[in-house]
Design a protein around this ligand. Structure first.
Ligand SMILES: Nc1nc2c(c(=O)[nH]1)N[C@H]1C(S)=C(S)[C@@H](COP(=O)(O)OP(=O)(O)OC[C@H]3O[C@@H](n4cnc5c(=O)[nH]c(N)nc54)[C@H](O)[C@@H]3O)O[C@H]1N2
Ligand SMILES: Nc1nc2c(c(=O)[nH]1)N[C@H]1C(S)=C(S)[C@@H](COP(=O)(O)OP(=O)(O)OC[C@H]3O[C@@H](n4cnc5c(=O)[nH]c(N)nc54)[C@H](O)[C@@H]3O)O[C@H]1N2
Ligand SMILES: [Mo]
Length: 767
């Protein structure tokens, strides 16, 4: 019998086609104008050979090899759920008693899955918070530096997270859109929380029809769809702040800055102006001629773009990746400076926002609605480490970390609990992270699949996939809410994270506080009813739960009017001030200057990165970009058909300019070794003119598969995070700086090792 079940994933809503208890296919959501192909991989995932079939414990951990043990090499011993639950509960109680609640790292960063009730990280944090607390993680990998900076500059993160000026408004009012990092189509495949409508492509097409001119300022020509007809400015990675500051200089030199806006709506313009005009301490004018050798864009191009932007209605945007680099705060702050000099902030369709090219739903026309999320539980431990500094947390117990003007004491971490995230996907310098993990006594992971983080764990708990449970999907960037119907029974002995934690809470004496005496069905009704009441208070009439569940989704009509960021503020800054100390755009921030941190003065500046093409290239002469994958979501979907089909001899593709390939005698389709002093991996070479010379690009997400070879330790599959550097963007933002990375590439001449990571690890029946 064939059944059709409404469902959702971060990569789109779909209907699951179920036959004889198996998911056999998917159909795109009928209301989606551009569904993409990633949902096709869902059946592969649910029934994948690398599902974790039952709970396991690392053999060495059972034998007492804990702190100091190199994880990832041991075999795993199957245990009953009862035993696994007891082991975790006892270990939590012991670690809390001996080392305190802060010695448990429960930050558990990661995207988990769509579905707001069974959101793995939220469930874990509720469980740990009610049990005494845990060390948390603050900010994110996506825009950690930018989200720390923007509240100082604009008083909000809305231009990063949304709501941001609607595309519809851009289409109507802008004539030029300068896109630092481009507007890569692949990023629009994904909406955090699940997306009913991929509206990104139709909106960009409408912009082209309206005559908007696009400029893709970035190392990758492919980051702008062909239909945009974009001008390509192949900037050197990491050079954006120099180019943007020089554009400001060119505008001031031509007397074209919007003096009225700058005087009414900003503070600190005089400081930034003096800096770009060469009237500050360093005495260097930041002219296009000054910037050209830094960003490798001809001075004439920089000046022409600046003057064109000053002459016509212009929207500015930068991708999130631009700040995922050394000194990543600076290009974004400089871009706010440029938008201020152009005077577009608060005007329909103009100004600046970050991430139109980074995720689906940025600038989509929707009303701001209440969420269906599981409410957060208060964590009695107040310590939160910036996410991307996780290795340092483990390496430097008892020391302090500088972040956003504060000194954060680093707790003595003994136990790590991860659900719904994969640090061995997302973190930089994985070999260093593995060494830091070896300092831990116990690592617990719940995962549906044998991903790299599950393989690094001591206690491995098999979690259900979304298809094995009922849930509700909703996203702050989408107009739809979706009923996610359970399609198949739990596979193997997999259990819902909520039930796993309920039993652990039981063993620790707080089941009732954790469950509030609700089961899945009661929770879904409870969360939905809260959402429905909150909608009603905004005048939105939403059907009752039973009707919603039967119909499968709710659609909210797009609002009639277009949202424009900072419109009230720009009209009357005194009446509608920003939430900054001055109430205005802070082009100079006394607060940031007052932090006194090295390399982070009170206004946007050019800081030369350590690792980039402008530096020492004697050993590692290529700049590696590790961008988001077109074929999956991070590490998720890596074993599914779309990602599989993209691999070259089973390796992750690495793209390279023909000139760089020729200089190394490399050809398209061959396996190469990519390396620097931090690590090495294999990749499958794609030779393409779309990437500027000197730059190679390898998307994140191939599951880490470290193996010992004759050429030393190697990720044989192609995870670029064995190469990336693990440093903070700066003491201000402490964000991920993965994009600042130099490597060398050579032919791989040895025998080709098998990729083993999509198969379960070695299991041993007895200890
Ligand atoms: N080099 C480099 N590194 C990067 C980036 C980069 O640009 N370059 N980008 C960074 C960014 S922006 C991000 S957001 C991160 C993403 O990093 P992550 O969010 O950690 O990556 P995911 O692969 O999405 O991890 C989610 C994990 O949750 C598991 N999971 C899914 N559903 C469930 C469930 O119901 N229960 C449980 N227990 N587990 C579940 C999945 O199997 C998966 O392993 O990567 C970062 N890393
Ligand atoms: N298909 C798919 N979509 C996704 C995701 C996914 O895993 N898969 N992940 C989602 C997540 S979690 C996030 S945070 C967003 C991330 O969104 P982004 O951070 O915007 O994505 P990236 O692909 O890393 O980078 C976008 C572009 O920036 C360019 N770029 C890199 N460095 C520089 C630089 O120094 N200067 C300039 N000018 N350009 C540069 C790259 O060439 C790339 O084309 O994507 C989201 N969308
Ligand atoms: Mo992200």
């Amino acid at each position: 019998m064939v059944e059709i079940k409404p469902h959702a994933a971060h990569w789109g809503y779909f209907d699951a086609v179920v036959e004889d208890g198996r998911v056999v296919g998917t159909r795109p959501f009928a209301r989606d104008p551009f569904p993409g192909s990633l949902t096709q991989g869902v059946p592969d995932l649910v029934h994948a050979p690398c599902r974790i079939d039952r709970p396991y414990v690392r053999q060495g951990w059972l034998q007492g090899r804990r702190m100091g043990a190199a994880r990832g090499q041991d075999r795993f011993v199957p245990v009953s759920w009862d035993r696994a639950t007891r082991l975790v509960a006892e270990e939590l109680a012991r670690v809390r008693a001996e080392h305190g609640d802060a010695s448990i790292l429960g930050g558990s960063y990661g995207w988990s899955s769509a579905g707001r009730f069974h959101h793995a990280r939220s469930q874990l944090q509720r469980f740990l918070a009610l049990g005494g607390g845990f060390t948390a993680q603050a900010t994110n990998y996506s825009y950690g530096a930018g989200m720390t900076l923007m509240p100082h500059v604009l008083g909000t993160n809305d231009p990063v997270t949304g709501p941001a000026t609607h595309w519809r408004s851009i289409v109507k009012h802008a004539r030029l859109m300068l896109c630092f990092g481009g507007l890569p189509l692949k990023n629009g495949l994904v909406t955090a929380g699940g997306g009913g409508a991929h509206e990104y492509v139709p909106m960009m097409k409408a912009a082209v029809e309206a005559g908007l001119r696009f400029v893709n300022i970035g190392p990758d020509r492919g980051a702008a769809a062909d239909f945009l007809g974009a001008q390509w400015v192949p900037i050197r990675p990491g050079g954006d702040a120099a180019m943007i500051l020089a554009m400001i200089q060119a505008i001031v030199a031509a007397g074209l800055e919007d003096r009225d806006f700058l005087a009414r709506c900003t503070v600190g313009w005089e400081r930034l102006r003096a800096y770009v005009m060469g009237e500050a301490e360093d005495g260097v004018a930041k002219t296009p001629e000054w910037a050209a050798p830094l960003c490798d864009v001809p001075a004439d191009t920089i000046r022409a773009l600046a003057l064109e932007a000053a002459a016509m209605p212009t929207m500015l945007t930068a991708t999130w990746s631009v700040q995922r680099a050394e000194h990543g705060e600076q290009p974004w702050w400089a871009l706010v400076g440029l938008a201020s000099a152009l005077g577009g902030i608060g005007k329909p369709g103009l100004g600046v926002a970050f991430g139109y090219g980074s995720i689906n739903g940025m600038g989509t026309s929707r009303r701001e609605l209440p969420s269906v999320n599981l409410p957060a539980t208060r964590n009695p431990v107040r310590t939160a480490i910036p996410v991307a500094r996780v290795t340092e947390l483990l390496e430097r117990p008892g020391e302090v970390m500088r972040y956003n003007g504060r000194d954060i004491p680093l707790p003595d971490t003994r136990m790590v609990f991860w659900t719904g995230g994969n640090p061995f996907h997302h973190h930089q310098d994985l070999n260093r992270l593995a060494r830091a993990f070896s300092r831990m006594e116990t690592i617990v992971v719940s995962e549906p699949w044998w991903t790299a983080v599950a393989r690094q764990a001591d206690i491995v708990l098999p979690a259900t996939t979304t298809l094995e449970r009922n849930d509700i999907a909703s996203s702050s960037r989408d107009r739809f809410v979706r009923a996610m119907h359970q399609a198949v029974p739990p596979q193997g002995q997999a259990r819902n994270d909520h039930d796993i934690f309920a039993d652990m809470a039981d063993a620790l004496g707080y089941r009732e506080r954790f469950t509030e005496q609700r089961d899945e069905g009661a929770w879904l009704r409870h969360l939905y009813d809260r959402f429905r009441r909150a909608c009603a208070s905004l005048g939105e009439d939403v059907p009752d739960f039973d009707r919603f569940w039967a119909e499968g989704h709710i659609e909210f009509a797009p609002p009639e009017s277009d949202f424009v960021s900072f419109q009230d503020f720009a009209r009357d800054p005194a009446a509608a001030p920003l939430a900054t100390p001055s109430g205005k755009v802070e082009l100079y921030s006394e607060t940031i200057a007052g932090f006194g941190d090295e390399g982070v003065p009170g206004h946007a500046v050019w800081k030369t990165p350590r690792e980039w093409l402008g530096g020492d290239l004697s050993r590692h002469p290529l700049h590696l970009l590790s961008d988001q994958p077109a074929t999956r979501l991070h590490g998720q979907l890596d074993p599914a058909r779309v990602a599989k089909a993209s691999k070259i001899q089973g390796r992750e593709p690495i793209r390279m300019n023909p000139a760089d390939a020729a200089a190394r005698g490399l050809r398209d389709g061959q396996v190469v070794r990519v390396f620097n002093d931090r690590g090495a991996c294999l990749g499958g070479l794609v030779v393409t003119e779309a990437l500027r010379p000197g730059v190679v690009a390898m998307s994140t997400g191939a599951w880490w598969d470290p193996q010992e070879t004759e050429a030393g330790p190697l990720c044989v599959h192609g995870n670029p995070n064995v190469l990336t550097q693990d440093v903070g963007t700066s003491p201000l933002g402490q964000g991920c700086a993965a994009q600042s990375c130099l490597v060398q590439v050579e032919a791989w001449t040895g025998p080709l090792p098998d990729v083993r990571v999509h198969q379960p690890p070695e299991i041993v029946e007895v200890v």
